[in-house]
Design a protein. Sequence first.
Length: 208
Amino acid sequence: MQTISTRLISVVLAHLGAAHDVAVAAALSLTWRSVALPRLASEGVLRPADGAIQILARSFKAKDPTFVACSPAASLVAIAESSQHRIVICSLVNGEVVRTLGKFGWASGAADGLNYPKGLAFDPSGEHLFVADRSNHRVIKMNAATGAVVAGVGSRGYGDGCFKYPQGVALADTAAHGPLVFVCDYGNDRIVALEPTALEWRFDVGEV
């Protein structure tokens, strides 16, 4: 039986608002505790108890951060800054902002337009980022370096190919179906599985 340590691994020196999400890198080796960071105490950073975990938020003041994802190499973290309609990519080496992706827009407008982005997940290569574009009722696949949208699926509705306020996103390599992107289709009370290359619909579980 595997034993999991419950020792305290970090101390948060901050006043946190409505925390939404947390991410840990591969094998629990990392890392990064990301919760909403609207206000940070004293020097503006979160500090671990033993110095082993790099926490960021030095170089920008996040507004309404909701979901996060760590890259497979544990070198980057993506933060969905929902009310700013963008995704902020930060370094897990020095805590600095590397780039921002997206801008406010409707699904009918620019491809990289976001409307309250929520759930995030990197692909295994770290090259692409899957995004639940909540208020555009779609899921998109972005180039994590350029922000270019390479695939997308969804419009408001309840049938195949439709979403209603999608929230969480997770990527898994399943035994029965191979790699899949799982989406929490919040407004339709179901979980949707997508093929990760072109985001083709595979199946859904739950009730609409």
